[in-house]
Design a protein around this ligand. Structure first.
Ligand code: P6P
Length: 335
């Protein structure tokens, strides 16, 4: 396959409105530069004193890892200078970040989880940056309001993630399919490696933390138990795989099919995963690749966030596997 860069792929293969092309490719350039910088820091993490926790607790109530804080700072610094963004929301920041007048601003609103799965870094397990892009109403002026940001995932104009694994990959959709790019460290470019990713209609892997079984409600328990006995796409039983790093579990689900489940439990009645910076962008990718993403009752993309850090249950992956879960929830609802 010829070396197709992200920029070439966008300009030659993605139908984008002219004014969007320039600003969007500029935004993506800075997002990619942030990803390359984070990737390099992660690869050195064991050698520098940047493993472990900072001792701080974030707005999610989670211990902030040193690499979380580093990745968060890299993204905020780089993206507020991109000239494409008017506001940002980070999983690590309690409040909306409005790009100040000292920087050139654009129409895009960037929402991100700077380093999802970061508790796994100390044991050298894949982690990832997840991003969601919304666009401010054209012609809107003045300070970006929170109401302009709290939009359902159907309004995303792009979404993706950078996976820091055995290789560093960018998986991206601008609404015309899902495309994967692999970083060639030698030249410092992401090159097209997985054009037009399609998620199989049914899979053979289910992915959930079964340790919470006793805290799930009845439909969640029945949904997970469904995969203990159902026949998989391979004709036999489903396999269980759980990395404990959402980007890694989702990437495997996107390529191999199957389902990732994070049901609500007594400790987290709305589920643990964040709607705006985790579930929504991955749901955008899943649907663009022919899969589904549900909260058990309906599309993740139609959930309207009440707050910046709203959480949601998440069932995401192959359409037939997600539909099996929704059927179980519907049956419980009608009881
Ligand atoms: P649990 C990591 O903290 C994360 O947000 C996701 O990356 C991961 O899928 C999930 O939480 C793991 O949560 O409760 O199974 O440890």
């Amino acid at each position: 396959m010829a070396d197709i860069t992200v920029t070439e792929h966008l300009l030659l293969h993605q139908k984008m409105t002219p004014q969007a092309t320039g600003m969007f490719t500029g935004l993506l350039y800075d997002l990619i530069l942030s990803g390359k910088t984070i990737s390099r820091r992660i690869n050195q993490a064991g050698l520098l004193d940047i493993l472990g926790g900072t001792g701080e607790v974030n707005v999610q109530g989670e211990n902030v890892q040193k690499m979380d804080a580093i990745a968060n700072r890299i993204l905020i610094y780089r993206m507020e200078r991109s000239g494409a963004v008017c506001a940002m929301a980070s999983e690590e920041e309690p409040e909306l970040i409005r790009v100040g007048p000292e920087f050139p601003r654009g129409d895009y609103i960037l929402i991100f989880d700077p380093l999802d799965g970061s508790s796994n870094i100390d044991v050298n397990v894949d982690v990832g940056t997840i991003f969601s892009l919304h666009r401010r109403a054209h012609g809107a002026t003045g300070e970006v309001s929170l109401e302009e940001v709290l939009k359902p995932g159907t309004e995303q104009v792009a979404a993706g993630y950078i996976l820091y694994g055995p290789s560093t990959m960018l998986v991206l959709s601008t609404g015309q399919g899902v495309h994967g790019f692999t970083l060639d460290p030698g030249v410092g470019e992401f090159l097209l490696s997985h054009p037009d990713i399609r998620i199989p209609e049914q899979g053979y892997i289910y992915s959930v933390n079964e340790g919470y079984r006793e805290q799930w409600d009845a439909p969640a328990r029945e949904a997970v138990e469904w995969f203990h006995t159902a026949k998989s796409s391979k004709g036999g039983a489903y396999s269980s795989r759980y990395v404990g790093s959402l980007v890694a579990d989702f990437h495997r689900t996107l390529l191999y099919g199957g389902i990732y489940l994070y049901p609500p439990y007594s400790g987290k009645p709305d589920g643990k995963l964040r709607l705006m910076c985790e579930a929504s962008p991955l749901a955008f990718l899943a649907e663009q690749a022919g899969g589904k993403a549900s909260d058990g009752h309906g599309r993740i993309l139609e959930r309207v966030p009440a707050t910046l850090h709203a959480r949601t249950p998440l069932y995401i992956g192959s359409s037939r596997d997600v539909e099996a879960v929704e059927t179980i929830y519907a049956r419980h609802k009608n009881r």
